[in-house]
Design a protein around this ligand. Structure first.
Ligand code: TXA
Ligand code: MG
Length: 345
């Protein structure tokens, strides 16, 4: 893979409520020239490029250091943009789009030959989502067609939930970041494959399984090998801070004590994120933070917490597990991927 050249990354503040028209035009101009612009969505910041420009998309893979077989999500602001992406938008997709778009749901659809191969290498499908963020929507409208937008982080690192996270990973590698403050949901969209029956959740995310099933009936969620094959992103270790992440079961005081007394951790800087386990007795190498009980707040701040821990030079992060209902399923998925237990997955 050739090394991307160093460029001057412009960071523009854009109000989330009333996106500044000039900033949006500037960003759209860069994208039309085949450049890269990071922008906020309701889930995480995305790294945008023209979905119909293969050389622009190649730069996305280079900047992120992303494995070339990991397909990208095309973001749209209008349903009319689907015409160039897919030949069929079945009933079930229409139901889901009516109910959940714009929002944190990505649909896997059959793709047309107009979609460049580099978007979904080796697949006959394309992932599509309509993000629910005024800046993302106004950029997409100004640009006028689909944008690929993977999370705007170096591949394998926690996804960015602030413009600063994007700069930390990609400054000098992309033309622009639109900064509208922290993203709301904090974990990525739910990826749902509707080309299979029953539909299958390929990635747990910002829209819960419960909400999807209330709209269309049962969906498959097993993390079996067939699903992994269909969503190549699942093969890679994700969301990993530099620190080692250790999970302890909810309320398991003993497991926390055991982890804290692990002889391998004696000289290490340890950070604990606990929501129900009482803080352990103070130790000079251990800091404790209270996690929010509310799962929405937990997901909102999870990646920020992992990145802050890295900045503070933490070696070991001990996290108390959360219940896997609603957003908790996505939170636990990200935490498990951050542990060494799925390394090489
Ligand atoms: O919330 C999100 O989805 C964010 C924001 C920026 O929209 N984007 C995002 O993109 O998380 P990315 O590239 O980091 O993750 C896309 C996931 C990967 O796991 C990828 O393998 C899967 O979607 N994916 C993309 N296209 C696919 C396809 N055609 N079939 C199966 N999985 C696909
Ligand atoms: Mg990603």
């Amino acid at each position: 893979m050739s090394k991307p050249c160093v460029i001057n990354t412009i960071c523009l503040q854009v109000s989330a409520d009333q996106p500044d028209s000039e900033a949006i035009t500037e960003a759209a101009t860069i994208l039309r020239r085949g450049g890269l612009v990071a922008f906020p969505t309701e889930t995480v910041y995305g790294l945008g490029a023209d979905a119909f420009n293969s050389s622009a998309i190649r730069k996305v893979f280079e900047a992120k250091g992303r494995p070339s077989d990991n397909p990208l999500i095309v973001h749209i602001a209008e349903l009319s943009c689907l015409d160039s992406l897919t030949a069929s938008f079945p009933e079930i997709a229409q139901t889901l789009a009516r109910k959940f778009w714009p929002g944190p749901l990505t649909l896997i659809l059959r793709r047309t030959s107009k979609v460049p191969d580099i978007v979904s290498p080796g697949l006959d499908t394309v992932a599509v989502r309509m993000p629910n963020h005024p800046v993302a929507l106004s950029l997409l409208r100004r640009f006028g067609r689909g944008l690929v937008a993977p999370s705007a982080n170096i591949s394998g690192r926690p996804s960015p939930t602030t413009a600063q996270h994007v700069l930390d990973d990609l400054e000098g590698l992309i033309e622009m970041v639109l900064d509208s403050g922290p993203t709301e949901i904090g974990v990525e969209s739910t990826v749902l494959d509707i080309t299979v029956s029953p539909p299958a959740i390929l990635r747990k995310g910002g829209l819960s399984r419960e909400a999807i099933e209330a709209a269309i009936g049962p969906v498959n969620t097993e993390a079996d090998s067939a699903l992994t094959k269909r969503s190549p992103g699942n093969r890679y270790k994700h969301y990993a801070p530099h620190a080692k992440v250790v999970l302890v079961a909810t309320g398991d005081v003993l497991a926390l004590a055991t982890a804290l007394h692990n002889p391998d951790f004696v000289d290490k800087k340890i950070a604990c994120l606990l929501h129900s386990i009482p803080a352990p007795a103070p130790k000079s190498n251990v800091t404790v933070q209270r996690a929010p009980l509310d799962l929405g707040k937990f997901s909102h701040s999870l990646f920020e917490y992992l990145r802050q821990s890295d900045k503070a030079g933490i070696d070991i992060i001990i996290v108390e597990e959360v219940s896997e209902v609603g957003l908790g399923a996505a939170v636990m998925d990200r935490l498990r991927r951050a542990t060494s237990s799925v390394e090489g997955n």
